[in-house]
Design a protein around this ligand. Structure first.
Ligand code: ATP
Length: 812
């Protein structure tokens, strides 16, 4: 199959990762890969200008002479290596974008690309193949020219990465395709043979949009990076707002979708937000906002942050503008208020880890979707639900997205909310629950609970955010949030304090553990722990932590046989950079850690390429779980990864050295290249980082040098990532709801003989596309207690993908 990829509409971080992934996957599957520059405009223009300028009808590419045998033809792994010969480097960054791998592209918009043409594209923001909004493509003549250009190059499969407009354009194009072909044939622009060979157009869409405005997918490519940029700005503004006791009104992007404003509100700990889907109802919004902020100021808050989406409106659809919000705050509350409009800073910059991983996995699936597609199958959009890559009919998603805008313009805001993904509504609930304090608690005296909160194990990004959310939820409801400081050891020393609404205000952006954390298990003295539960009258417990926390909960549940004090609802919210808690695909802190790794590796890679060919062996933490190493390798484009799960053998090393030599031999001479190898610190006790580095150095000879870098505790990250913050809030509130539910059930039993069921001691997990509660005893069946990880790792096949995308021949 000949597949072309284009990026269209507004640019977004992660588009380059899509192109890289699609191009490499396509080559691996034996396809011929092309890129279309400047979106649909490039499709319409084709290579005519080049032909006219040069008189060459079929312009050869510099390296085109080295033929690529399709991988599928023989199944030989050598073919993959051969295909590396095609393309000889990155897009030359000369400011024109008119060169690719040393080849001039002037006047050429549909360009065949090879493996190495997309090297290093991960770390680049925006889209290197250009994007545009094409008026011509909206016309029949434009699409006819586009079809002609594709047929001329023999292409009949398209991958489109763009927003809902671009995907609609793709669908229109596909539906019209048979007619376009017939028209071209009847005008004798194409032959009968060409017409029958190109009877159908296959398309697949990926959503590249910073607004996260597409229905039927949790996340669009570029939205996480935009949220990073916004949160960085809010974190910076927070400190100056605090110093001067000021109010700041931040305008963020989102003309029709309030996702960025909402998530920035949640992750940035804002006081008030305005989004198009849910304008303040009930009273004039000015009153509602001023009352909430006045209340916060009365409690003692020194700073105020209000976030306004670009397309924010009131219930009468009148725009709400940042300057007007500022005037209201200044005039009514007398606050020293400033406006900051983040504008295009939100679009740009290096993609965050998630905007490298998600597009890579989606790109792989996009190629599979094309290869599986038939004239009867619908065009798919590749999406994601929680942690699962999904395929949904493209037009269904587009229509649902349009329906949101329609519902908003019909003032049917409840419908607009219901058409957004469940995560959107949950995030709004999360914002409401954590942003403001009600004057009177929601629950009557008899339903209020004393909830103990504890951190356990190593610190992880998001632990404090989860605690903040729990505390604020508790106070709204009327529960008492009791922080156990320094884990079970602290409990035995009576280090228990009641947390306040204001006391946790700045915890959202704080790394580490504000409560203090250690690895002491309750088995240190279970009887004494039970006595402390009784003494403090804990009616529920939430433990935030990693494998220890799971183990701790297991011990407490087991202790119910002997100690009535443990017959209370108890939950574990997984938080560990190692992401080694069984059954859950995600733990708080793992995203922060991946971002720390990506930042470090981008810098290392730059250094590795700067002087001479150099392989960097980067050592990561992660205990006996290879998650961080593997996903980090996927996010940084590392070429090899070593994990405890697969171990390291001499045979493996021999193959890896051979692969590195082959790879460096294929590189363009005179241009130095850096390559990353990621190694989990305990993947082998014999083949250590030092041994590996020395071996690569020795074997590399004059081809390449080797160095090592150990990332150590830097991987715990400083400031938690927005993803960890928002998931912390969402999962923490689910934990609170779980506690309330099980507490109510227990209250139905007589106090003296109260017996908690196994279900009431559970771990909150993310499994593929859903959030599941798993009783801790059931978790035990899925845990490898010796190696402190789950028995099954959902990411186990990612190592193969990492190495395949680096061009390493797979073992067959
Ligand atoms: P963003 O979310 O950044 O606005 P988008 O993909 O929605 O991205 P649009 O400007 O709506 O951006 O669409 C991009 C391009 O897709 C248009 O310039 C046009 O070429 C094409 N396109 C959009 N809608 C159609 C349509 N109905 N028919 C044909 N082409 C279309």
């Amino acid at each position: 199959m000949k597949i072309a990829i284009l990026t269209s509409g507004g640019d977004s971080a992660g588009m380059n990762a899509v192109v890289r992934s699609v191009v490499k996957t396509g080559i691996l599957k034996g396809c011929e890969m092309w890129v279309v520059r400047e979106g649909y405009e490039g499709l319409v223009r084709g290579n005519k200008e080049y032909r006219q300028a040069t008189g060459t009808d079929s312009p050869p590419l510099t390296n085109e002479s080295s033929q690529i045998p399709p991988v599928g033809a023989t199944g030989s792994t050598l073919n993959i290596v051969n295909s590396l010969r095609f393309g000889d480097g990155d897009l030359l960054r000369d400011g024109t974008g008119d060169y690719l791998g040393g080849r001039t592209l002037k006047g050429r918009y549909i360009v065949r690309v090879g493996w190495d043409d997309v090297r290093g594209w991960f770390a680049e923001g925006g889209t290197l193949i250009g994007t545009a909004r094409s008026k011509a493509f909206r016309t029949h003549e434009g699409r006819l020219a586009a079809a002609h250009n594709l047929v001329k190059e023999g292409i009949d499969a398209l991958v489109i990465c763009g927003g809902d407009g671009s995907l609609t354009g793709a669908d229109v194009f596909r539906a019209e395709w048979p007619k376009l072909i017939e028209e071209l044939r009847s005008q004798s622009k194409i032959t009968d043979a060409q017409a029958s060979a190109h009877a159908h157009l296959k398309i697949v869409g990926l959503v590249g949009s910073i607004d996260n405005d597409m229905s039927m997918t949790d996340m669009t490519i570029g939205a996480p990076t935009a949220l990073h940029r916004i949160c960085e700005a809010i974190d910076n503004i927070n400190s100056t707002a605090f110093s001067h006791s000021r109010a700041f009104v931040l305008e963020v992007m989102g003309r029709h979708c309030g996702w960025l404003a909402l998530l920035a509100g949640v992750a940035g700990g804002a006081d008030f937000i305005f989004i198009p889907e849910q304008p303040p109802k009930g009273k004039p919004w000015e009153d509602e906002m001023c009352e909430a902020i006045q209340h916060h100021r009365e409690i003692g808050k020194r700073k105020t942050i209000v976030i306004v989406a670009e397309g924010a409106i009131d219930i009468e659809l009148n725009p709400i503008k940042a300057d007007y919000v500022k005037d209201v705050l200044t005039e009514r509350l007398g606050l020293d208020t400033r406006v900051t409009t983040l504008g295009h800073t939100q679009r740009g910059g290096r993609p965050c880890a998630w905007d490298r991983i998600l597009p890579t996995l989606q790109g792989v699936d996009a190629v599979s979707a094309l290869l599986e597609s038939t004239p009867e199958t619908p065009s798919y959009m590749i999406g994601v639900r929680e942690n699962k890559i999904t395929r949904v009919p493209l037009m269904e998603a587009v229509e649902m997205t349009r329906a949101v805008a329609q519902a908003v313009s019909d003032k049917d805001f409840d419908k607009a909310m219901s058409l957004r993904d469940p995560e959107f509504a949950e995030s709004l609930d999360g914002f409401t629950a954590t942003a403001s304090l009600t004057k009177v608690p929601n629950l009557p005296e008899g339903q209020r609970i004393r909830i103990a909160l504890m951190h356990m194990g190593a610190p992880a990004g998001g632990m404090n955010a989860a605690t903040r959310a729990a505390v604020r939820y508790c106070l709204r409801q009327g529960h008492t949030p009791l922080a156990i400081q320094n884990g079970f050891r602290g409990l035995l020393d009576d280090n228990v304090i009641e947390l306040s609404w204001l006391g946790v205000d700045s915890w959202m952006a704080r790394g580490g553990s504000e409560l203090g954390t250690n690895r002491t298990l309750p088995s240190v003295d279970l009887g004494a722990v039970a006595a402390k539960f009784q003494q403090w009258n804990f009616q529920a417990l939430m433990i935030i932590g990693g494998f220890e926390a799971f183990n701790g909960l297991l011990i407490l549940e087991d202790g119910r046989k002997h100690y009535p004090a443990f017959h209370i609802p108890m939950v574990h919210l997984p938080a560990t950079i190692s992401n080694n808690v069984p059954m859950t695909e995600y733990s708080l802190g793992s995203d922060t850690s991946l971002n720390a790794l990506v930042d470090a590796c981008d810098a290392i890679k730059q250094s590795a390429s700067a002087s001479r060919n150099r392989v960097f062996v980067v050592e990561t933490q992660g205990g006996r779980c290879g998650y961080i190493a593997t996903m980090g390798a996927l996010a940084t484009g590392a070429c090899l990864v070593y994990t405890p799960e697969t171990g390291t053998t001499l045979d493996m090393l021999r193959r890896d050295v051979k692969f590195l030599k082959t790879r460096y031999n294929l590189d363009v001479k005179g241009k130095s290249e850096g390559r990353l190898v990621i190694r989990n610190e305990v993947s082998s006790s014999v083949y250590t980082t030092e041994v590996l580095t020395n071996m690569f150095k020795e074997e590399g000879g004059s081809l390449f040098d080797a160095r090592s870098a150990s990332l150590g505790h830097t991987l715990q990250g400083g400031i938690p990532s927005p993803m960890d913050r928002q998931r912390a809030v969402r999962l923490s509130l689910k934990c609170m709801a779980f506690i309330e539910r099980h507490h109510a059930l227990l209250q139905q039993q007589p106090a003296k003989t109260r017996h908690a069921t196994g279900e009431s001691a559970a771990v909150i997990t993310i499994q593929a596309s859903s959030i599941e509660w798993v009783p801790v005893q059931e978790m035990l069946h899925h845990a490898d207690m010796v190696n402190r990880r789950g028995k099954h790792a959902w990411w186990s096949n990612i190592k193969e993908l990492v190495e395949a995308l680096a061009g390493k021949p797979a073992l067959r």
